[in-house]
Design a protein around this ligand. Structure first.
Ligand code: NAD
Length: 446
């Protein structure tokens, strides 16, 4: 694995779990030092135990010497970050660097598998870089695309029980090697570390083989469509807000239609994280460069960016002025069950509140350390009750299950004013109102 972030660590640990010999390599020496010391630098359910057991079994190791990992590997998975540039274009410099390292360090044939999300036609550039920088050696390189569809928060489960595995290849030999790598997952033939008593019966995942361009495009197309579904639900929420309808009822009924499906139809603060925001920007840029007007996705992006202002508009309406008010934030991660704060709505909320000189308290079981590096001056609380204590309003910014289970009567009693802004439609409006809260959510009648 070249790159030991969310994707590299999960892929590496899961491939080790199904029986492969895996080396995780990263240029970030502090990350590698932590992994070698048995500390997993990200929070992802089930990942720490998977890394620990496979490291102990000798199937998984980590190194900061990327060259050594390249020389040892037969199949090299590139899992480096591909962030957006200010123009929206995907920054492929980490991929380019990995390609140059592979070209110069390899001493034997390599199958180079791109798992990073990249614009269509990147595989061709990758192959060109490998042959140009590897011209002094006789090493043979094959390139293929193997986009990753895991979701943070359920990544291990998603990797071991995927809906599909997509590979973009140039020849049968590469297809065979990828099939061999994934065979235990395709056959459902491994001891699942999640379902201790056996996995529920399910059909094997389809193994979809295409050319490299198609595989690269599949990932961008899928993520953009998911973003579109979320923004659709959020725009419905705006309509519901104005016409006293309930978006939860509407999307629930919509989702029961098998042609639509229930997932990614929840109204709230919109999408964040490292994937959807950057992938739709990259896809818009790519389509427009190809002469296709993808205004549809620009709208998706616009709707998404209007979520935090919509919520704060509700806060202002209730609080009149924000200056000097104590606002408590429940949740910082961009979604539940992760510590990832990349493009998290909570960050935009904090920024606006600080600009308007409100006092901010926040709590998140997993994401406070990362947030502290960006906003060191806000008050980080030990738990939700400390956030509520003396607050003029509470904002739910992440749908962590623990917020659902709080003793809300205790929360109400400790607040300066029982105002609750539920940005994730996590709680039941009737129940909150009967507890005495002034309760506002997204697209549900106040
Ligand atoms: P990440 O930032 O968590 O991890 C990337 C890692 O790569 C970092 O640890 C970095 O130090 C390392 N790195 C960069 N260049 C390197 C090099 N030349 N040699 C060795 N290490 C290098 O990123 P991530 O979230 O794991 O995402 C990786 C890719 O996978 C991105 O393209 C992303 O879009 C895609 N993806 C992410 C997810 C997700 O949920 N996070 C899901 C599917 C696909």
């Amino acid at each position: 694995m070249i790159g030991c972030g969310y994707v590299g660590l999960v892929t590496g640990a899961c491939l080790a779990e199904i029986g492969h010999q895996v080396i995780g390599a990263d240029q970030d020496q502090s990350k590698i030092a932590a992994l070698k010391a048995g500390k997993v630098p990200i929070y992802e359910p089930n990942l720490d135990s998977l890394i620990a057991s496979n490291t102990a079994a000798g199937r998984l190791s980590f190194t900061g010497d990327v060259g050594a990992a390249i020389r040892d590997g037969d199949a090299l998975f590139i899992c480096v970050s591909t962030p957006p540039l200010p123009s929206g274009e995907t920054d492929l410099s980490a991929l380019d660097r990995a390609a140059r390292q592979i070209a110069t360090e390899s001493r034997s044939p390599k199958l180079v598998i791109d798992k990073s999300t990249v614009p269509v036609q990147t595989g061709q550039q990758l192959l060109r870089a490998l042959s140009v920088y590897g011209r002094k050696s006789t090493v043979n390189f094959s390139v293929c695309s193997n986009p990753e569809f895991l979701r943070e928060g359920t990544a291990v489960m998603d990797f071991l029980h995927p809906d599909r595995i997509v590979v973009g290849v140039e020849n049968d030999k590469d297809e065979r090697m990828l099939r061999e790598i994934y065979q235990p997952i395709l056959d459902r033939h491994f001891n699942c570390p999640i379902h201790a008593t056996g996995c529920p019966p399910e059909a094997p995942p389809p193994f979809l083989v295409s050319n490299i361009n198609d595989a690269e495009l599949i990932k961008h197309a899928a993520n953009s469509f998911l973003a579109l579904k979320i923004s659709y639900a959020n725009l419905l929420a705006d309509v519901c807000d104005r016409l006293s309808a309930n978006v939860d009822q509407v999307t629930r009924a919509m989702g029961l239609d098998a042609r639509i499906g229930p997932q990614f139809l929840r109204a709230g603060l919109g999408f964040g994280g490292s994937c959807l925001p950057k992938d739709i920007r990259g896809f818009i840029w790519l389509a427009e460069r190809a002469g296709v007007d993808f205004n549809l996705l620009r709208e998706v992006e616009r709707i998404n960016k209007s979520r935090v202002p919509r919520l704060l508009e509700k806060a202002r309406r209730a609080l009149w002025v924000l200056k000097d008010k104590q606002i408590g934030l429940l949740g910082l991660a961009y979604k539940a069950n992760t510590d990832d704060i990349r493009y998290a709505p909570a960050l935009d909320i904090i920024q606006t509140l600080l600009t308007e000189e409100a006092r901010v308290r926040a709590y998140d079981a997993k994401a406070m350390e990362r947030t502290r590096t960006i906003y060191p001056s806000i008050h980080y609380a030990a738990n939700s009750y400390e956030v509520a204590d003396g607050s003029d309003a509470l904002i739910i910014a992440t749908e962590w299950d623990e917020f659902r289970k709080l003793d809300w009567a205790r929360v109400r009693d400790s607040m300066a004013r029982p105002l609750l802004l539920d940005g994730r439609n996590l709680l039941d409006p009737q129940q909150m109102k009967s507890l005495g809260f002034e309760y506002h959510s997204m697209g549900r009648p106040d």
